[in-house]
Design a protein around this ligand. Structure first.
Ligand code: NCD
Length: 309
């Protein structure tokens, strides 16, 4: 495989193989000097047209731990401000000789477009409301580490599903690995049609929480909401926020996840975010190893994915 654009590119076997490969990069990350020469001489560039803290730094750390060179592109300080088109920007970057372009863009489909223009490998780091496959892989990995696996697991994804690329990729990945997924949101924060989504829908968080192993809370993505979808944020928090009272409804060993950035006090209370059952910091830690596995897989020298280095 040359690119990672969608979770559907991987299939169940591909997801399983990548998660297995991640184990060896977790081991590398735990060493005193967490660095291997696997991608020496390769160049990875991040092309981010949208804000990011975690994903951008995570890819950069992953590339550096594999000894690749990294380049960073920020729209705010680039010639995009002078009117340069996406295609010209991409061709300019490619002319410098890069092996991998990690793309984030506010429009769905941009990573596919970039992949059609260049010879380099392309990784989708989030395209509009559409997909965020590396987030889904790190989420699967985190659930596996804490719960042993996803098969038969009950996962509730709560909040602004409509605008969430994380939810779309997570639903694909979690259900591919055998989890039962319930989406919990007010009707206005669900996609207009859920036809073909292998999920159950609920509007009652209190009823779902006692019956789940994983509660995955989404950020309220106000920057993507162009119309008034909620009476008020307070109302939302009252009905769908993960408060301490609601967290008490969970099974003793159920875990709480969030892709970050969190809005403490809106979708999740500050206390719940800091409970031992919240594995949000682990998600970030695992994200580096998962991205090392992805970069190694796409750019390593034609290795069989199952044969761990
Ligand atoms: C998410 C994103 O940008 O899609 N964050 C992330 O990558 N961890 C989710 C969000 O912005 O709410």
């Amino acid at each position: 495989m040359k690119h990672l654009l969608s979770i559907t590119d991987l299939g169940v076997d591909g997801i399983e193989d990548l998660l297995r490969l991640t184990d060896s990069f977790v081991e590398v990350s735990e060493r005193a000097i967490p660095k291997v020469p696997a991608l020496r001489g390769k160049t990875v560039v991040s092309l981010f047209y949208e804000d990011s803290t975690r994903t951008r730094l995570s890819f950069e750390t992953a590339a550096k731990r594999l000894s690749a060179d990294t380049m960073n592109f920020s729209v705010g300080t680039s010639s995009v401000k002078k009117g340069e088109s996406l295609r010209d920007t991409v061709l300019t970057i490619e002319a410098m000789g890069v092996d991998c372009i990690v793309v984030r863009h506010a429009s769905a489909g941009v990573p596919w477009q970039v992949a059609a223009w260049v010879d380099a490998s392309v990784i989708n780091a989030g395209d509009g409301w559409h997909e965020h496959p590396t987030q889904a892989l790190l989420d699967c990995y985190t659930i596996r580490r804490h719960r042993g696996g996803l098969d038969g697991g009950r996962v509730a994804i709560v909040g602004d599903i409509k605008h969430s690329r994380v939810a779309r990729s997570d639903v694909l990945a979690f259900t591919a690995l055998g989890a039962d997924v319930t989406l919990v949101a007010p009707p206005t924060l669900l996609p207009p049609s859920l036809e073909g989504w292998p999920v159950t829908v609920s509007h009652d968080l209190d009823a779902v929480l006692p019956k789940c192993d994983v509660v995955y809370v989404l950020r309220m993505q106000r920057e993507r909401q162009t119309e008034a979808l909620l009476p008020s944020l307070r109302e939302y928090t009252a009905r769908f926020g993960l408060t301490p009272r609601r967290a008490d409804l969970l099974d003793a060993d159920a875990i709480v996840m969030h892709p970050g950035p969190m809005n403490r006090g809106v979708e999740i209370s500050a206390e719940v975010a800091d409970l031992p059952r919240s594995v949000i910091v682990d998600q970030v830690r695992n994200g580096v190893a998962v991205r090392m596995a992805i970069l190694y897989w796409l750019l390593g020298s034609g290795v069989d994915l199952v044969a761990v280095p």
